[in-house]
Design a protein around this ligand. Structure first.
Ligand SMILES: O=P(O)(O)O[C@@H]1[C@@H](OP(=O)(O)O)[C@H](OP(=O)(O)O)[C@H](O)[C@H](OP(=O)(O)O)[C@H]1OP(=O)(O)O
Ligand SMILES: Nc1ncnc2c1ncn2[C@@H]1O[C@H](COP(=O)(O)OP(=O)(O)OP(=O)(O)O)[C@@H](O)[C@H]1O
Length: 503
């Protein structure tokens, strides 16, 4: 990429999340990830170019030096911080504006610093020569799986957290807040179970209600995602028509309805196989016992049949992408409730000794020494600041793993195609190669932990009110809620989200 010859016409809108907007190159398999700021956030928009560049370099360092060793070399592409001509960025921002979903327009793209992260376009297969020969553009499935385990920490005060997973509880809170109009039936514990039936169901539920957890790309173009109009149901038939050439022979005599069912089912099987593929050669196929034996493996809110949840295999193959993500998520072993007193210890320490912020690497640098603090944190609390900081760092790394996305790029291939880094799956079926990557591996700021703590209580309290209206806890909660309703704002100064009132 020649930075001095950048032309906005070579780039197009690709997608965005809460913190960044992504454009893809029209010819080369590259994307630029630009930061976004809230319109009122004057502080950030006044960041100097050097500060913005440092911020992006921190993301690269964190991906490369912290997340890559934890998640695996094969899955992580850290990219490169780049400085772009300001004129190019301004033109690009104007060009993409009309493509942006309204729900994301509360933030604006950073057009002042000229800094961005340049990454491989993960919707394309990494080293695949077969796509062009097959004349079928690669498919890519993006899944944001969220937290895949139930916490088992002794610090937990509400028993419901040991039974119902955070995602399933959060759904009710999001529905009440109007973020989504329908509950998703997806449960991350099913996806992370390693049980093929449960995983297939989880993916089926993602397809039915993708929200911000599921997208499909064909040839780099998004062909299936959550509509910005939350009332619109997804058109599965249209999706099936896109997928038909990949999964059904051209002369198939199946009716449109039958073929839709078949291709969606085939798609699900290919995704499951890709997610379970072990990528480390000799150990492939070994099952990981540790993660799942550490806690309960089922969520009470999951709609799957009890027998399916109780019986069968519930192990992830060692070193498959889900195993790597789950292991990293489980660095949060105290839960936010157990972490809170340690966070206070750190806050008090930093108030007394502000210069320690640097030595303790609260905001980086994200180097080998940071990883060492994460990996070698003592098991027992010895009352030290080092222990508290180690747990805070572990929690932040776990937060990243709970919010990352997995990209599964698949392409059909012929008999003698070289597979190189991608892996052949389902050798007896139509032949596919796949390549799996993990994206959105940004460091979560130290300051965001206190927000997590408040959000955790809101989600749990809301869930209890919503699902167990007669229990004792409700009375206490209602009393608290009424107090804050009276004040109009809760203790965090955020709008109350009370929707249920005692009758
Ligand atoms: O806190 P959560 O679990 O709601 O996760 C947030 C995500 O919401 P979700 O529940 O996935 O819809 C949220 O996603 P959306 O903006 O809702 O698509 C962000 O990913 C957010 O991360 P960041 O603060 O932008 O770095 C995520 O926040 P953190 O990972 O920083 O907590
Ligand atoms: N390297 C990549 N290749 C292809 N597509 C990408 C790449 N990086 C990001 N994307 C696309 O852009 C979207 C937004 O990127 P990303 O998830 O990193 O944004 P974010 O703002 O950090 O998200 P969040 O809301 O989780 O904070 C992704 O969902 C994905 O579809």
């Amino acid at each position: 990429m020649e930075l001095d010859k950048m032309d906005e016409n070579d780039w197009k809108y690709h997608g965005e999340g809460n913190k960044s907007l992504v454009v893809s190159h029209v010819q080369h398999a590259r994307v630029l990830r630009l930061l976004k700021y809230s319109t009122e956030d004057a502080e950030n928009s006044h960041k100097t170019t050097e500060q913005a560049f440092r911020h992006i370099q921190n993301i690269v360092d964190y991906s490369q030096n912290v997340m890559k060793p934890l998640l695996g070399e094969k899955f992580v592409h850290n990219g490169e911080a780049v400085k772009l001509p300001l004129d190019f960025v301004r033109q690009l921002s104007l060009k993409v504006q009309q493509e942006r979903p309204e729900s994301r327009c509360d933030k604006v793209m950073d057009t002042l610093s000229g800094c961005a992260l340049c990454l491989p376009n993960l919707t394309q297969l990494s080293s695949c020569c077969c796509c062009s020969r097959e004349h079928r553009p690669p498919l890519c499935i993006e899944i944001k799986p969220k937290c895949g385990f139930l916490p088992a920490s002794r610090h937990i005060t509400k028993d419901i957290k040991r039974k119902v997973c955070r995602f399933c509880m959060h759904q009710h809170f999001k529905l009440a807040n109007g973020k989504w109009k329908r509950l998703s039936r997806y449960c991350p514990l099913d996806l992370f179970s390693g049980n093929k039936q449960r995983m297939s169901r989880a993916i089926k539920h993602l397809i039915e209600e993708p929200q911000n957890n599921f997208n499909i790309f064909k040839g780099g173009e998004c062909i299936y995602s959550c509509s910005d109009d939350a009332d619109v149901l997804q058109d599965l038939d249209e999706l099936a028509q896109h997928l038909r050439p990949y999964f059904l022979p051209s002369g198939s005599l199946l009716s449109r309805q039958q073929s839709s069912k078949v291709v969606l089912n085939e798609l699900i099987q290919v995704i499951v196989s890709s997610l379970l593929s072990s990528w480390d050669g000799p150990r492939s196929g070994q099952l990981r016992k540790t993660h799942l034996s550490e806690g309960r493996v089922t969520c009470d809110a999951s709609l799957l049949h009890r027998d399916l949840l109780r019986n069968g295999n519930h192990c992830l193959p060692k070193d498959c992408v889900l195993d790597k993500i789950l292991g990293t998520q489980m660095l949060d072993n105290l839960d936010i409730e157990g972490l809170s007193p340690l966070l206070k210890r750190v806050e008090q320490h930093l108030q007394m000794f502000p210069k320690e912020r640097c030595r303790l690497q609260m905001d980086g640098p994200y180097n080998a020494s940071f990883l060492e603090k994460v990996q070698n944190c003592p098991v027992e609390d010895d009352g030290s600041i080092e222990y508290a900081v180690g747990k805070v760092h572990q929690y932040r790394v776990a937060m990243t793993a709970k919010d990352c996305s997995v990209m599964v790029a698949i392409a059909t291939c012929g008999e003698d195609d070289g597979l190189d880094q991608s892996l052949e799956i389902q050798p007896t079926k139509p032949r596919f190669t796949c390549s799996v990557s993990i994206l959105d591996l940004d460091p979560k700021p130290y300051e965001s932990i206190s927000h997590q703590s408040r959000l955790d209580s809101k989600i749990v309290n809301h869930y209890l009110r919503r699902t167990q209206p007669n229990n004792q806890e409700l009375d206490n909660l209602e009393e608290l809620a009424n107090q804050s309703l009276f004040l109009g704002r809760d203790r965090d100064g955020e709008d109350c989200t009370l929707v249920f009132h005692p009758v």
